[in-house]
Design a protein around this ligand. Structure first.
Ligand code: GRF
Length: 202
């Protein structure tokens, strides 16, 4: 079974979706550790409720991103983590983690990439006036929200939406596609070919 590490910074609803899909038997994997750069992130509590090791790594006590990520790397090694999931982790990854886990880091982003990378993607999309918004699961590389795309889901923008109602409906879809994409990864059904990700049929 694939050992997963999840990096979080906030409420952890995507973490919860992954936990639920493991507990229901949909996803044959194990979350060995959840790490956060925010001490009171609710995601840490969610992990502990499910008996998962949850650690706060305080970025403020490290003099560089490299040293901070080396600390995280040590924790992931101790937990034999083979795959990293970013689930609302609000830091841009540096070389240390990217090189150690090349092609083994996934992220969920609340927009149809490559449109609207970065922060507040749902509001960016809403303010732009798009008619179709959505979410994306992608591999993480050194370009912010720019790695090869694994899965996307469209969410229609309704006439009476505001940025918040749109974000809520996008989030519902995030909770569906993140477990699906992770399942493909753990079943070794993803093959990166340049910018494209081929999904291998079982
Ligand atoms: C989600 O919208 C995710 O797409 C983005 O950050 C948010 C995290 O939410 N990367 P949660 O912590 O998983 O509830």
């Amino acid at each position: 079974m694939t050992n997963i590490a999840v990096l979080v910074s906030g409420r952890g609803s995507n973490l919860q979706a992954i936990i639920d899909s493991i507990e229901s038997g949909y996803l044959k994997a194990k979350i060995s550790v959840v790490a956060s750069d925010v001490g009171d992130a609710y995601a840490l509590e969610r992990a502990r409720k499910h008996g998962i090791d949850a650690v706060f790594v305080n970025p403020k006590i490290f003099s560089s991103k490299e040293l901070y990520e080396k600390e995280i790397l040590g924790i992931l090694k101790t937990h034999d983590s083979e795959l990293i999931l970013l689930a609302g982790y609000m830091r841009v990854l540096g070389k240390t983690l990217l090189e150690a886990y090349k092609n083994r880091i996934l992220n969920i982003h609340p927009a149809l990439l490559p449109a609207f990378p970065g922060l507040h993607a749902q509001k960016q999309a809403f303010d732009h006036g798009v008619k179709a918004a959505g979410c994306t699961v992608h591999f993480v590389d050194d370009v912010l929200d720019g790695g090869p795309i694994i899965m996307q889901r469209c969410v229609e923008v309704k006439e009476d939406d505001d940025a918040e109602t749109l974000a809520e409906r996008i989030l519902e879809q995030e909770h569906k596609i993140y477990p699906q994409a992770v399942k493909l990864f753990v079943e070794k059904r993803l093959r990166i070919e340049g910018r494209k990700v081929k999904i291998i049929q079982p």
